[in-house]
Structures are given as structure tokens and as C-alpha cells.
Design a protein around this ligand. Structure first.
Ligand code: HEM
Length: 577
């Protein structure tokens, strides 16, 4: 408190308010944090009053907030050692002194090289099948349940992925359960008061950290003895211990403490972030049916090229260009890490204000991601913003400069694979509308985004395109398709427009191929439809639901008639035989 008070006095030259004694502006900050727009309004109000650099006092810490390209450049490039990372005390204690997040300067560069290499895009290839199978298994369990809390499911999925990639932990079984329980305790301890007294949340976190470290100790010993060798991240770092690969200066050698501290760092840095990104993405897709349609188109095309197999290949992942834009737009709109914390390592000047060594500085990323000049209509979810490369420091989803996220390839891979299977096979809708955000360091939907999930009936328009075109006569596959459409009609009222769009496109193809169904539309409407059924159905026309309902009820009659005919002819055949 004394240090904070002394710093706040020294910050006299910076505009802004330090709020109430001790609590500062924490209350309004926290309450804004949980609102749908997060700290955007907190920042905007102060920027309007004080400009792009202002001071505040949040959670007992006197700090200077900055925004804009110039501030990003200075704080993120960290040129000439001007700044270092600024962790909370609890984070420092939990992650250990040799964590990448606690090293600076040359030591940071060296450690980062070693950590980033096994996380490079090339090294991700060997994890693809594991992620693929886990995504399929996870999603298989989503149907037939009353509610799926996407955040919880995404959390389990991403923890299983990262614990397997880092240290080959099996996704199921007692070891995974224990690991998960310990990891949860560590995560909660991050946001707790750092009082290491038995019974406190922080104490439980430290104890859980020790249990994970002893699990790692066992693994490291085994691996060094040459047993239980795995193709994982831990192994690739342990390899660097061997005398043959280590350079004379010992540059590539990591101590056991460094190994443990950094495995834990990656677990912590990579888990909540990827969980939040996946959850927001699924939510934004549901809220933006046209974008979901376009994304589904990309994935169905990939799936079609595979002739029904569920095994994703690496070249297929590289084809997910629209998906990559959707991920970037999710990170922009949600800005799951709203500010990046630094500490001034020397005195410097920004926007005419003198910053003193030791001050806490925060780059306000929310204001950059919602700057109307950089991202017009910034509340709109629009992946086409990423059609062209953006100027440096405009999009900071994975940060930039020396501390840019080394796990971005892994995060994108996990999300892309999961989304592939989700949009190809399932549809979903929310069970509760609540846009507020959990008041934790990583922004997550407060209600965990509960949804209900159902398998897509048969296939959607893209797949149907190909398959229906090949049908001749009333074979069993065609009949199945018709039956599925009939089933769909019953579920119809609870589902969305865009789903109807897809199914109506299926109906449209059936119509073309059967030719005999009289829908009773005027020819002008039929024309519009033949030009582009999907666009027509996705338009904001109020009649669409009626039209679709009509089509489906006509169709169900036809289906039943055809079914009866089929049944009659089978009965006749049986009687004759
Ligand atoms: C969508 C998911 C992710 C997002 C949005 C994300 C975002 C970020 C951002 C913005 C930073 C820079 C923060 C700053 O400059 O202060 C960062 C750093 C970092 N991230 Fe990620 N991250 C994600 C996934 C991951 C994964 C999967 C891993 C691990 C495998 C990981 C490991 C790290 C580490 C170790 C750092 C610190 C780098 C350093 O200090 O040099 N992240 N991340």
C-alpha cells in the first residue's frame, strides 16, 4: 500500500483519477468488467476526459493505462529493455521464478527460443490426429443432453489436449482426473489473495502446484533414464539436456526446475485462453447465421473431399482460410485478454508524459480492437476484416513483439479441428440469453454459454448438392433423406433461420429432381429461389418461415405417400412370393 501510495504521488504529472483511498477505481472497473462490453466503457470515458494516457488505481495497484499504436509499439516491442512483464504477486509465486513469464532480456530470448520451437507449426502436425479424435469424442457426447455448458466442455477438451501435448497425459483415467482437480485449484489461486495460510485458496493452489510438480518429477526421472519415452513437448526439452545436443556454453540446457516451471506456465497460459476463444467463437457463430453458413460451406467442402472419412489431414487444415479469419475476428471482438501488463524498466516518454522506472503500465487492447477508425462498426462480427493483412499493432489477439504468444499455432489448430466437426455434424442454439462476462482475468461468458445440440439431419445443402444429384429412382438412400427431412419438420420451430436455409436448399434440390411436387408458389418466387435458394432464404424476408414451413409440410405429405407406396409394393411382393 505504501509503495502504491508513493507511486500514485509520483504520477502527479499524468492525467487521471486515483479514485477512493485504498480501493481506488476498483469498484467501477470490476463492475464494468462484467458488462457485455467489458472495460471498453471504463476506458472510453477516461480517454475522452484525459486522452490516450491516463492513470488509475486498480486492485491496490497504481497504474498508467495507455492505448494506440505508439503505446503498443513501445510496450510490446519492449525495445532497448524499456519494459518488462508485470505479473501479480500470486502469479509469480505459483508459476515459479524460472517461468518464461518471469524472465527478461537475454535470458527470456534464449528460453523462448527453446519453448517456441516445439510449438512451431511444423511440430503441430504430429498432434493433429490426437486432437481430431478427441474433438470427435467430445462432440459425440453433446447430443441428447438437456444442456451443454460450452465453457465447461471447452475447458475439459483444451485441458486434455494441452496436457497430452506437453506431457503425454492420457485424456481419460484417474491420472487425468487428479491432474484436472489440481489444475483447477491452481487456476483459482491466481485470482486469490496471496496468503499462504492453510485453508486459503492461495494455499490450496500452492499445494496443488506441488502435486503437479511431483508428477512431473517422476516423468522427468523416467525419461532421463530412457524409459517411458514419448513424442511430446517435455521430451523435446529433455532431449536438450543430453550432452550431445547441448552446446558448450550450456545454452540449450534446462534445469528440472526450469522444465517444471515452464510446463506449468504453458498449461496456465494456454488453457483458459483457448477455452475462452472456443466458447466465444461458438457463441458468435450462433449469433451470426450468415457467417456460420459460410464457415460451414468451407468445412463441408473439405469433408466432401474426404469421401466420408472422419480423419482430418494436415493439407485439409491448411485449407481452412475462412476459419482462420473467424478465429481472428473472435479474438478481436471478444478481446479475451483486455490489457497487457508491463513494468517500466527505465524512464521514458510517451505522448509527452514522463514515465518513471518501476511504474506499472497497462496497454488497453480493448480500445484498439474497438477503435472505429481501425475496425468500423466494431461491434459487428465480421471476419472479412481480415481479408487483407492489417497494419502492425492493429490486431493484437495473440499480442505482438517479443512476448507474442508462442502457443498461437496450437490454439488455432485446436479450435479449427473442433469447429470442423461441430459445423459439419451439428447445429445448436442457446438456452439462455446473457451477454455478461465473468470478472476474471480472461474474459469468458458469465453463464458459460448453455446450449442444446442436435445432429444435422443427414447432411446439409452442400453435401446434398452432390449426393442428391446422383440419385435415380427411389432408392433407400433417397428415402432416408426424405425421412430425415420429415423429421426435421417436427423440430423446425425451435431452430433458426440459417438452418432452415440449408434444409430448404436440400428441399430445393429434391424439388428439382422429383419435379412432381407442386409447392403452389408463384413463378416469380420460384425464380428468385432458383437463382440462389440460400441467399433468398437467408434474406430478412418475413415470409421465409411460412414458405419453408409450407415446403416442408408439402414434402412430408409426399414422403408419407411415397413411404406408403413403397410399403404397399413390398407387401405385394411378399404376398406374391
Ligand atoms: C486462443 C488462445 C490464446 C490466446 C488468445 C493467447 C493470447 C496471448 C497473448 C495476447 C499473449 C501476450 C501477452 C502480453 O504481451 O502480455 C500471450 C503470451 C503467451 N502465451 Fe498465449 N494465447 C493463447 C493460447 C496459448 C497457448 C495454447 C499457449 C501454450 C501452449 C500459450 C502460451 C503463452 C505463453 C507462454 C506466453 C508468454 C510469452 C512470453 O512471455 O514470451 N498461449 N498469449
Amino acid at each position: 500500500l505504501l509503495r502504491s501510495w508513493a507511486t500514485s504521488r509520483a504520477m502527479g504529472g499524468i492525467p487521471g483519477s486515483m479514485g477512493w483511498p485504498i480501493i481506488g477505481e476498483s469498484l467501477s472497473f470490476i463492475s464494468e468488467f462484467s458488462s457485455p462490453h467489458g472495460i471498453y466503457n471504463f476506458m472510453k470515458n477516461r480517454q475522452l476526459r484525459y486522452g490516450k494516457v491516463f492513470k488509475s488505481s486498480i486492485l491496490g495497484r497504481s497504474t498508467v493505462f495507455m492505448t494506440g499504436t505508439e503505446a503498443s509499439k513501445i510496450l510490446l516491442s519492449g525495445k532497448d529493455g524499456m519494459v518488462s512483464l508485470n505479473l501479480f504477486y500470486a502469479g509469480k509465486q505459483l508459476m515459479g521464478p524460472t517461468s518464461l513469464l518471469q524472465t527478461t532480456g537475454e535470458a527470456h530470448k534464449q528460453l523462448r527460443r527453446m519453448i517456441a520451437e516445439p510449438l512451431s507449426i511444423d511440430n503441430m502436425k504430429k498432434y493433429l490426429q490426437f486432437i481430431n479424435n478427441l474433438a470427435i469424442d467430445t462432440l459425440d457426447q453433446w447430443t441428447g443432453r438437456k444442456a451443454i455448458y460450452v465453457h465447461d466442455e471447452a475447458s475439459t477438451f483444451t485441458l486434455k489436449v494441452i496436457s497430452n501435448i506437453l506431457m503425454s497425459l492420457e485424456p481419460c483415467g484417474e491420472e487425468q482426473e487428479q491432474f484436472r482437480a489440481n489444475f483447477k485449484l491452481i487456476s483459482s489461486a491466481f485470482a486469490s489473495l496471496p496468503l499462504c495460510i492453510p485453508g486459503t485458496c492461495f494455499y490450496r493452489g500452492i499445494k496443488a502446484r506441488d502435486r503437479i510438480y511431483s508428477l512431473l518429477d517422476g516423468m522427468i526421472t523416467q525419461r532421463k533414464e530412457g524409459s517411458n519415452i514419448q513424442l511430446d513437448f517435455l521430451q523435446s526439452l529433455i532431449k536438450k539436456h543430453s550432452q550431445e545436443t547441448a552446446t558448450e556454453k550450456g545454452e540449450d540446457k534446462l534445469t528440472d526446475t526450469q522444465l517444471k516451471d515452464n510446463i506449468l506456465t504453458l498449461l496456465i497460459a494456454g488453457h483458459d485462453t483457448t477455452t475462452a476463444a472456443l466458447t466465444w467463437l461458438i457463441k458468435f457463430l450462433e449469433e451470426n447465421p450468415t457467417i456460420l453458413g459460410k464457415l460451414r460451406e468451407e468445412h463441408i467442402k473439405i469433408q466432401e473431399g474426404r469421401n466420408g472419412s472422419s480423419i482430418l489431414s494436415w493439407p485439409e487444415v491448411s485449407k481452412m482460410t475462412y476459419t482462420s479469419k473467424v478465429i481472428n475476428e473472435t479474438l478481436r471482438k471478444a478481446t479475451i485478454l483486455p490489457w497487457y501488463s508491463r513494468k517500466a524498466a527505465q524512464d521514458f516518454e510517451i505522448n509527452g508524459y514522463k514515465i518513471k522506472k518501476g511504474w506499472s503500465l497497462n496497454l488497453d487492447v480493448v480500445s484498439i480492437h474497438h477503435d472505429q477508425k481501425l475496425f468500423p462498426d466494431s461491434q459487428k462480427f465480421d471476419p472479412s476484416r481480415f481479408d487483407e493483412p492489417l497494419p502492425p499493432y492493429n490486431f493484437l489477439g495473440f499480442g505482438s513483439g517479443q512476448r507474442m504468444c508462442p502457443g498461437n499455432n496450437l490454439a488455432k489448430l485446436e479450435i479449427s479441428v473442433f469447429i470442423h466437426h461441430l459445423v459439419c455434424k451439428y447445429r445448436w442454439r442457446h438456452l439462455e440469453r446473457d451477454d455478461s462476462v465473468q470478472a476474471t482475468l480472461v474474459r469468458m461468458p458469465k453463464n458459460k454459454y448453455p446450449i442444446i445440440v442436435e445432429k444435422l439431419y443427414g447432411w446439409d445443402a452442400m453435401a446434398a448438392n452432390e449426393r442428391i444429384a446422383g440419385f435415380h429412382g427411389l432408392n433407400s438412400e433417397k428415402l432416408r433423406c426424405l425421412q430425415q427431412l420429415a423429421n426435421f419438420q417436427e423440430g423446425y420451430p425451435c431452430w433458426y433461420h440459417h438452418e432452415i436455409g440449408y434444409y430448404s436448399a436440400v428441399v430445393f434440390h429434391l424439388f428439382r429432381f422429383f419435379g412432381c411436387i407442386n409447392f403452389g408458389f408463384s413463378s416469380s418466387m420460384y425464380k428468385t429461389w432458383t437463382v440462389d435458394p440460400l441467399q433468398f432464404l437467408l434474406s430478412d424476408d418475413d415470409d421465409i418461415n411460412n414458405i419453408t414451413g409450407k415446403i416442408l409440410s408439402h414434402l412430408s405429405l409426399v414422403i408419407r405417400k411415397k413411404e406408403r407406396l413403397l410399403q404397399d409394393s413390398t407387401d405385394k411382393q411378399q404376398q406374391q412370393s
